[in-house]
Ligand binder design. Structure first.
Ligand SMILES: Nc1ncnc2c1ncn2[C@@H]1O[C@H](COP(=O)(O)OP(=O)(O)O)[C@@H](O)[C@H]1O
Ligand SMILES: [Mg+2]
Ligand SMILES: [Zn+2]
Length: 289
């Protein structure tokens, strides 16, 4: 099964931003590859061999070398790749993606284990969202729902990681209780480092190019919470920004909340996909025995 994810990976890389050797079989032209030997929490990307090979500078800014023939300094052919790598590492750091899901790409998905359910359909949509993004930014978002352990957080983080790696787009991962509601509540507490910064946090989430809201809908009986969520979703809707949501509950469960306002926005912004696989950890345990 691995081969079809490999094919998808190559297809995405061929359509991405290229900073390396276009004929390189290792990076497919990206110039940047995932470093499989990096430690958890460490930077996970590095330059591909093809970029090292074309390097004429000393590897430091301003990435120039001396050309004796013309007796002047020139831009190193590796410059764009070196700048792109820095950008990727910066975007990754800013993204808030949890360490556990940091180095995960489409090829990290274990397909065999999910055979028999709708996992291939799910992967198709994840792939389409990534592939179509550069040409059609208002591509539909996803609302992934299902039980615990079905891969919702994994898939949503894979989308963010691929968007950073392939296109260098600013993204944000936010877990609803901790990164959104918790932080905004904190802004009312004078002891908190976020005191008085409520609007800033809300605006940042409302404006980031691609946002994952993980575990959406866990505290939906508070009108305050519903308003915060509605404002966030509504602003992103108006700006046509890509939003990926994960939830334990179907979109329908929002129908009667806040006069259905959140529901109607979600319905227009996102394709709802049910992950009906078994808990991955249980399944894996079973497959070992
Ligand atoms: N199809 C899959 N392939 C590889 N790992 C998976 C898959 N589905 C889930 N996992 C792993 O199982 C664990 C639980 O997945 P997670 O995405 O956190 O589930 P959820 O967010 O739906 O509760 C994670 O460690 C994740 O990496
Ligand atoms: Mg999760
Ligand atoms: Zn290469």
């Amino acid at each position: 099964m691995k081969h079809f994810l490999e094919d998808i990976k190559i297809d995405l890389e061929k359509n991405a931003n290229h900073y390396g050797d276009p004929d390189c079989k290792i990076c497919n032209g990206l110039g940047i590859i995932l470093d499989n030997y990096s430690l958890p929490g460490e930077s996970s990307y590095k330059l591909c061999q093809c970029v090292e090979k074309m390097t004429l500078c000393d590897g430091n800014p301003p990435y120039e070398y001396f050309d004796p023939k013309e007796n002047c300094m020139k831009e190193c052919p590796s410059k764009k790749a070196r700048i792109a790598l820095k950008k990727i590492l910066f975007l990754e750091k800013q993204s808030g993606i949890p360490t556990r899901y940091k180095n995960k790409l489409l090829t990290s998905i274990d397909v065999n284990i999910s055979e028999g359910d709708n996992f291939l359909y799910v992967i198709d949509h994840v792939y389409a969202v990534i592939k179509n993004y550069p040409s059609n930014k208002n591509t539909y978002g996803l609302y992934l729902y299902g039980k615990t352990g079905t891969g919702k957080t994994l898939l949503s983080c894979i989308i963010l990681n691929e968007m950073i790696r392939l296109y260098q787009i600013p993204v944000r991962y936010a877990k609803i209780s901790r990164d959104i509601l918790g932080k905004i509540r904190d802004t009312f507490n004078p002891q908190s480092e976020f005191y008085g910064e409520g609007r800033k946090i809300e605006e940042e989430l409302a404006n980031i190019e691609i946002l994952v809201i993980d575990d959406f809908g866990v505290q939906k009986d508070s009108p305050w919470v519903n308003n915060v969520l509605y404002d966030l979703i509504d602003t992103r809707y108006e700006k046509n920004l890509l939003t990926i949501l994960t939830s334990n509950e179907p979109m329908d469960s929002w129908k009667d909340i806040s006069n259905g306002r959140v529901f109607s926005r979600l319905k227009e912004m996102c394709l709802e996909i049910h992950l009906d696989a078994e808990d991955y950890r249980l399944k894996k345990a079973k497959s070992i025995h």
